[in-house]
Design a protein around this ligand. Structure first.
Ligand SMILES: [Zn+2]
Length: 138
């Protein structure tokens, strides 16, 4: 039998595969212990994959590749990461190779509400029990 699937299906599949590829590369970069030329090669690979299939970027790639000098940022080695709370809570990632600064605004995590717990851990009643148990322990 011939299955007819839309173009979208193939695009999604390609994106998913590209994403896992990126994850693999990111893992290699995170692990470290590779030469500078090897690192450059990996980053070139990432750029190629992104250009071709436009997959979502894994967090490591999104945050820890310098956009100016394209080096992989390792906090404490060639990058400085600071959390600032003024104006809006944000991260400041500074590349110590070229001095590029990036600010990433984030929402601080909110304490879980009854509703959000209910969504994760089953019914509303179970959530109520969990919440009352937790608040008793405190
Ligand atoms: Zn840089």
């Amino acid at each position: 039998m011939l299955y007819v699937v839309g173009k979208r299906h193939w695009i999604r599949r390609r994106k998913r595969r590209a994403f896992t590829k990126l994850l693999k590369i990111a893992k290699k970069l995170e692990k470290g212990g590779i030469s500078t030329s090897e690192e450059e090669r990996l980053i070139d690979q990432i750029a190629e994959v992104l250009k071709k299939d436009h997959p979502p970027k894994p967090l490591t790639i999104r945050l820890f590749i310098c956009k100016r000098c394209r080096s992989f940022l390792r906090p404490g080695v060639n990058a400085r990461v600071r959390i600032r709370s003024r104006r809006r809570p944000h991260l400041v990632i500074t590349c110590l190779t070229c001095g590029q600064i990036r600010r990433i605004v984030y929402k601080p995590p909110r304490p879980p509400t009854k509703r959000s717990i209910g969504n994760v851990y089953g019914t509303r009643r179970q959530a109520d029990q969990t919440v009352s148990r937790v608040s008793k322990e405190e």
